[in-house]
Design a binder for this molecule. Structure first.
Ligand code: AMP
Ligand code: GLY
Length: 422
């Protein structure tokens, strides 16, 4: 079978690495991909939102399955585009429908969905620019810290957590007046939850689901979880505090009601659901849904799955997911992200990356890299994800850090404390 992956990050390289091992694979394409995917697949210079070009590629290359990595094309309706095209209808596309993707594309939609299906989440209310006075009085009657969320996709920057009322009112006004563009036309104000976060994932056909290994990511740029938010600076799987009792609660109170809700509301969903959870005194609450796998979480989750992943995707397409089980590697996986100095603010690109060939005990997934004259250069904020497996967390981390010591590019930075709180 010929397969196409859409996307260009570490998540997509990890998927490509896994799919390349499948007995079912004939040829793998990645659009647009990066220098890492170029080593194991054919990169095609098409961006993830160019649906017409993707259609042509799928038809010309006889591609039978498309895995959508990032949220953007899903929120833009790539699933519906395939469903509504006679030539694409029978291609297996792993990703939810446009409505399903609203679980991530609209915080207001997600909160209302959770409320309808009694899924534990922070109390909230949504406001638009017309309700500014009402929104102010809502803030006045709330207890700090104040959590403000732009409704739409804001590249991970749309959530503000503020301590002072004046500051919260001011930021609320800024958001409603275009600080995050249209994404902030509606703002969700919600109760602050105090606890420890983790990410849980399922693969679902909208009726059945398979629970994948859970992970914890480290979002802040600085050690000790300080400084600005990033796309993710590292991840660990499994998560020590997600024991059997806690995961049972997650399954019963969060996952099953979510899948049931999708079914009840006739929402087509063939793909991953990423549950961003917070553990508050042993009870799970949903912080957010994503309609795709996480990055860098994929870089620790996928290496722990022993199944042939194309078999799982085919089972999803053939409605036989209920007959599958996930075969998990019991070892611990860690990934440490090497970023360009300055990230998540301004940073330089096109720095030559050296030492990749001397890494022996880790898997280096490329995030932001490109091939220029046969040399690998940095091409983004997050550049590499260095993943290792070990019998315990320390062994895995030691391998990741040892591998990182062999890699170099100008102004390379990484956190030295991934997993510090587990
Ligand atoms: P989100 O984009 O919804 O995942 O929010 C980004 C980050 O803000 C989360 O990973 C949390 O660290 C934090 N956050 C979001 N909502 C809340 C909340 N209700 N209480 C506490 N922290 C939150
Ligand atoms: N690591 C968080 C995300 O993928 O959204």
């Amino acid at each position: 079978m010929n397969v196409l992956i859409l996307g260009s990050g570490g998540r997509e390289h990890a998927f490509a690495w896994k799919i390349a091992q499948s007995k079912r694979l004939t040829k793998l394409y990645v659009a647009p991909g990066n220098a890492g995917t170029a080593m194991i697949a054919e990169n095609v210079p098409i961006s993830v939102n160019e649906f017409e070009k993707i259609k042509k590629l799928v038809i010309d290359q006889n591609i039978q399955m498309v895995l959508v990595g990032p949220e953007d094309p899903l929120v833009n309706g790539i699933y519906d585009y395939f469903q509504n095209d006679i030539l694409l209808k029978n291609i297996v596309l792993i990703g939810p429908s446009k409505v399903g993707a609203q679980l991530e594309g609209s915080k207001d939609f997600a909160k209302a969905f959770m409320q309808r299906h009694n899924i534990p989440t922070a109390n909230y209310k949504s406001f638009t620019a017309n309700d500014l006075t009402e929104a102010y009085s809502f803030l006045e009657n709330s207890t700090p810290p104040y959590v403000l969320k732009a409704d739409g996709l804001a590249a991970g920057k749309g959530v503000l957590i503020l301590t002072h009322l004046d500051e919260a009112k001011n930021e609320l006004k800024n958001m409603l007046h275009g600080k995050f563009g249209e994404a902030g036309n509606t703002v969700v104000i919600e109760e602050f939850l105090d606890g420890i976060e983790l990410s849980v994932f399922v693969l679902t056909d909208g009726k059945n689901h398979l629970l994948l290994p859970e992970a914890k990511d480290y979002k802040r740029i600085g050690e000790g979880d300080t400084g600005l938010n990033t796309g993710g600076m590292g991840a660990v799987s499994p998560v020590s505090f997600a024991d059997k009792t806690f995961l049972k609660k997650v399954e019963e109170q969060v996952i099953i009601p979510t899948i049931f809700g999708l079914q009840k509301e006739n929402i087509d969903y063939n793909g991953f659901v990423f549950f961003g959870l917070i553990n508050v005194k042993g009870e799970p609450y949903v912080i957010e849904y994503n309609c795709r796998m996480g990055d860098p979480e994929t870089e620790v989750v996928i290496p722990r799955i022993k199944n042939d992943i194309l078999e799982l995707f085919l089972a999803l397409a053939n409605n036989t997911l209920d007959l599958c089980t996930i075969d998990t590697d019991e070892r611990i996986a860690t990934t440490v992200i090497a970023v360009s100095g300055g990230y998540p603010e301004e940073y330089e690109k096109n720095k030559e990356i050296i030492g990749l060939n001397s890494v022996t005990e880790s898997i280096v997934f490329h995030s932001g890299t490109t091939l220029v004259n046969q040399k690998i250069q940095s091409n983004g904020g997050r550049v590499l994800a260095v993943t290792s497996l070990g019998k315990n967390k320390n062994e895995a981390l030691e391998k990741s850090y040892n591998s990182l010591s062999k890699i170099h590019f100008e102004k390379m930075y990484f956190r030295k404390d991934i997993g510090f709180d587990l």
